[in-house]
Design a protein around this ligand. Structure first.
Ligand SMILES: O=C(CO)COP(=O)(O)O
Length: 252
């Protein structure tokens, strides 16, 4: 049985003061068990969150990193720099990075390799645009992105990774995918993993849905057989809302 995972992606929200306030509220209300909890915060808030959340079961994630260990890469952060401040997960290939920051399937693959090497769990994002969906290209797009992201990895490395299926048209729009449609595409992603890395790996790897997930709709996603959790933007910014999402996932 795959443990559900609810990851918050704060994007470019929250100062250190705001992050600390979230952590204090989250600690006070955090009672659910059986769900992996992750908050992916801006780099600047990570050390303070690491201190606030020490000793809790809420883990920390970053939203990006460079694939090199060090070097002349102005403005970048390396995997070991994240490890040093208590980060254990890293989002890789979010559609906003693919769209605005030139992230490609090739750099995604390099980053996944580097994350695993540094003992960080990659949360690899895949998903189609509205145009691609309407052209009937969804399964081709997620297949290409999934194959590229995990190219050259071992089945064990893939099994230990997380995939987030985030249809771009559902991100921040309030227009969520139906649970059935999300499950269908996630099942396709799982079948791509099975083809490339074997059935056992495909049954182990956790695949989240992301895109306008809210406390009101989390249960419908979690009721689907192939959906193992959610990567949540807006609804993860308030501690109470994040904890409601976790509660929704724990009732699976
Ligand atoms: O991009 C997302 C998470 O990575 C989804 O964002 P929203 O939950 O705000 O739609």
């Amino acid at each position: 049985m795959r443990t559900p995972i609810i990851a918050g992606n704060w994007k470019m929200f929250k100062t250190i003061v705001e992050a600390k306030e979230f952590a204090q509220n989250a600690k006070a209300g955090n009672t659910s068990t059986g769900v992996q909890k992750v908050i992916c915060a801006p780099f600047t808030a990570l050390p303070a969150l690491s201190a606030e959340l020490a000793g809790t079961d809420i883990a920390l994630g970053a939203q990006n990193m460079h694939f090199e260990e060090q070097g002349a890469f102005t403005g970048e952060i390396s995997p070991s720099m994240l490890k040093e401040i208590g980060v254990s997960y890293v989002i890789i290939g979010h559609s906003e990075r693919r769209q605005y920051f030139n992230e490609t399937d090739e750099t995604v693959n390099k980053k996944v390799v580097a994350a695993l090497k540094a003992d960080l769990v990659p949360i690899v994002c895949v998903g189609e645009s509205l145009e691609q969906r309407e052209a009937g290209e969804t399964s081709d797009i997620v297949r290409t992105q999934t194959e590229a992201a995990f190219s050259g990895l071992t089945p064990a490395q893939v099994a230990g990774s997380i995939i987030a299926y985030e249809p771009i048209w559902a991100i921040g729009t309030g227009r969520s995918s139906t649970a059935e449609d999300a499950n269908e595409t996630i099942a396709i992603i799982r079948s791509v993993i099975a083809e490339k890395f074997g059935q056992e790996t495909a049954q182990q790897v956790r695949i989240q849905y992301g895109g306008s997930v809210k406390p009101e709709n989390i249960a419908s996603y979690m009721a689907q057989p192939d959906i193992d959790g959610a990567l949540v933007g807006g609804a993860s910014l308030v501690a109470d809302s994040y904890l409601q999402l976790v509660n929704g996932a724990s009732q699976r």
